[in-house]
Design a binder for this molecule. Structure first.
Ligand code: SAH
Length: 220
């Protein structure tokens, strides 16, 4: 290995270590999640011009005017799933770069993920295939409509913000299932709820900004 390449690898290793320390200092404790985030090459999921910032505590562009959330937000949402959900079948709305999808694929038996932008859908699918992740079903579509087949989900995670939860999504969630979604309220925040029939018990919440959940799909 050349000295320059060796140096580059060391630098990305130390940035990843700093990211893990940052997560720990903000209360992320799940050992397997921390190990997974330390091992996952986050710099391969962001736009190449920003890869040097991939492990920094900031949201970053992933193409098509969309962003990947900062590592702490991704870690928090995933920790809530690990704490409260049955790790069977999960639906993700907003595949984006596929980074969150990778984390879900590690912990859940089966992941269904929906992305409205064709190019992001194609890219994320190829990325996960190259990583030999094969328990994920991808769909190019509008998450407002839910998954086309009638499958019941143990958990649903939406990674784009709206003022209310689409009913097609809540209809797919099992009794006692977990829903995680950012809601555009006076103070925008991600919520985590458990379903009890038509009632919802809020288990967690955290202030955060997200790109908007938009209607329809885009063929580009
Ligand atoms: N979880 C992603 C974050 C992506 S940002 C990651 O780890 O990279 C949110 C994504 O939601 C964007 O890619 C956006 O195109 C997508 N999105 C927005 N509205 C949507 C909708 N109605 N259905 C499906 N995807 C949607």
């Amino acid at each position: 290995m050349t000295a320059a390449l060796d140096e580059l690898l060391k630098r990305s290793q130390s940035r990843s270590n700093q990211m893990i320390e940052h997560l720990k200092s903000h209360g992320v404790e799940h050992k397997e999640l921390l190990e997974l985030m330390a091992a996952l090459p986050r710099h391969e999921f962001v736009e190449p011009a920003f890869s040097h910032l991939a492990y920094s505590p900031t949201p970053l562009p992933i193409g098509r005017n969309q962003t990947i959330s900062q590592p702490l937000t991704v870690a928090k949402m995933t920790s809530w799933l690990l704490k409260y959900a049955r790790l069977g079948r999960v639906l993700e709305v907003g595949t984006g770069s596929g980074y969150q999808t990778c984390l879900l694929a590690h912990f859940f038996n089966k992941v269904h993920t929906i992305e409205r932008q064709k190019s992001l859908y194609v890219q994320a699918q190829a990325r996960l295939k190259s990583m030999s992740i094969n328990n994920v079903e991808f769909l190019h579509g509008d998450g407002h409509l839910g998954w086309p087949q009638k499958v019941e989900m143990d958990a649903i995670i939406v990674t784009a913000m709206a003022s209310k939860v689409p009913t097609a999504l809540t209809d797919m969630l099992k009794e006692d299932g977990i829903l995680i979604m950012p809601i555009a309220d006076a103070v925008p925040a991600i919520g985590c709820w458990r379903r009890h029939g038509n009632k919802w018990k809020r288990l967690e919440s955290a202030v955060a900004q997200f790109v908007p959940l938009l209607e329809g799909k885009i063929d580009a």
